[in-house]
Design a protein around this ligand. Structure first.
Ligand SMILES: Cc1cc2nc3c(=O)[nH]c(=O)nc-3n(C[C@H](O)[C@H](O)[C@H](O)COP(=O)(O)OP(=O)(O)OC[C@H]3O[C@@H](n4cnc5c(N)ncnc54)[C@H](O)[C@@H]3O)c2cc1C
Length: 414
């Protein structure tokens, strides 16, 4: 069958947008990425750098719901909420609650595991094309638990991972100390995901991938997309702050800012944000050999190319919520307990995960316009899942059947 070549405009040049551009080019399409602030300080920059192919457990689980009052009220918990935002967040929270039933969690964990199982394969050609293998480390990833109780609380999740084919090694205190001798042994138990990888510098990876897009004839337009309009049965227009861009297909990959575009096309999506934080310790990367997650506060400490980064926690407060110094302090104070030899951090950051209430991304066509495609809502997994998302979107635009059933990720699943 002859494949037609489309002019595709992609709104958003984070990992999902750029990976989608590369996969579309691989299938013969012409691409334009549009972004008001490309390769700056978005979620693509400040994340915890893990390719977390083991992270198939949604945020909303029965165990989280049981602990929700203490999670929301304890200033030292992984989760916080901006109370003034609560009325706007309410519909999202309601769906979060609905997604937390045991049967929903079982289904979501299975569907996410299916997508995650393809993540590395779909990323591989992108690493190759952008010549970025040197930005990858393959030394596994670890979760640590500060008490027997918190490890016990994780038991259901551990079994759910195993049922979905994820390899996990349970670690004693002595085993943790052997693997990460610089850590202060305030932990009780741990988990090792031994086949996990991480990125040494996500921004370098993203800019190299974007360099490949340009080298293959793609364009990056620095402008804010405003609206998607249909001009004719075969032509769409993306109007921006600057030029108007004509396209036969449009992909919405604007992370936490994607909802407005779906609404313009007529699709209602419960997309919100889980804001996260990081602090950086320049030169301290040799203290750890792999990303180490501290479960009780919900962040990772990740050795990068020239720094140690501690990144994570969740704040529910919308995309206009400014940085909250209490969340930064919580991460920095906890890091100091785990690695007392560190000096003070030398940079801090906040960013906005694009989050759906069921922790599953939206990947697939609009219900209202067959030429508009959605690739957003990847929550805690947007770097990890960017390659496979790009591949699925490119397959759909090329009228090929993706290797994975995309029904669970459809925009109208709520
Ligand atoms: C603290 C923290 C730790 C994380 N750790 C990990 C991790 O270890 N592993 C992992 O896989 N994921 C992690 N994530 C999640 C990951 O960073 C996100 O899921 C991912 O960055 C989302 O990618 P994206 O391309 O969809 O969106 P983004 O990276 O947010 O990019 C969206 C882009 O759209 C652009 N945009 C917005 N509005 C417009 C507009 N109107 N017109 C055009 N462009 C627009 C923005 O400027 C931005 O460049 C973490 C996130 C946080 C906050």
């Amino acid at each position: 069958m002859k494949q037609s070549c489309h002019d595709v405009v992609i709104i958003g040049a984070g990992f999902v947008g750029v990976a989608t551009a590369l996969w579309l080019q691989r299938q013969g399409h012409r691409v334009t990425l549009v972004d008001p602030d490309p390769f700056a300080e978005g979620a693509y920059y400040g994340n915890a750098c893990t390719l977390a192919t083991y992270a198939n457990i949604p945020v909303a689980t029965p165990s989280v719901m049981k602990q929700i009052p203490s999670l929301l009220l304890d200033p030292k918990s992984p989760l916080s909420v901006r109370w003034a935002y609560l009325p706007r967040l309410f519909p999202w929270l309601l769906r979060f609650l609905i997604a937390s039933t045991p049967s929903s969690v079982e289904r979501i964990a299975r569907d996410l595991a299916g997508l995650l199982s393809q993540a590395n394969n779909a990323f591989e050609p992108l690493f190759k094309e952008s010549d970025t293998y040197q930005l990858l480390a393959s030394n596994g990833a670890m979760y640590l638990y500060g008490s027997h109780e918190s490890f016990l609380n994780a038991r259901t999740d551990i079994e759910l991972r195993r049922r979905n084919g994820i390899s996990i090694q349970e670690l004693s205190r002595a085993e943790i100390s052997d693997l990460e001798p610089h850590l202060n042994p305030i932990y009780q138990r741990g988990l090792l995901f031994d086949d996990a990888r991480h990125i040494l510098n996500p921004l370098k990876l993203l800019t190299s991938m974007a360099g490949s897009v340009i080298a293959r004839g793609g364009r990056i337009v620095t402008s804010k997309a405003q609206a998607i309009e249909r001009l004719s049965p075969t032509e769409l227009k993306v109007s921006t702050d600057g030029v108007d861009l004509s396209a036969s297909k449009v992909v919405v990959a604007a992370g936490a800012w994607s909802r407005q575009f779906a609404a313009q096309v007529g699709d209602k999506v419960p997309l919100d944000t889980e804001q996260g934080y990081h602090v950086m310790y320049t030169g301290a990367q040799n203290l750890l050999s792999r990303p180490v997650g501290w479960n009780d506060v919900g962040f990772y400490m990740t050795p990068m190319d020239s720094a140690l980064r501690a990144a994570g926690t969740v704040e529910l407060g919308g995309v206009d919520n400014p940085s909250n110094p209490r969340r930064v302090k919580l991460i920095a104070d906890t890091v100091k307990k785990l690695l007392p030899q560190l000096n003070d951090y030398d940079a801090e950051w906040t960013g906005y995960r694009p989050s759906m209430p069921d922790s599953m991304p939206v990947i697939g066509p609009s219900v209202k316009d067959k030429d508009v495609f959605y690739a957003f809502g990847h929550g805690h997994l947007g770097v990890t899942l960017s390659g496979i998302t790009g591949k699925i979107i490119a397959d759909l635009i090329s009228s090929k059947t993706p290797d994975i059933d995309v029904q669970p990720f459809r925009v109208d699943r709520f």
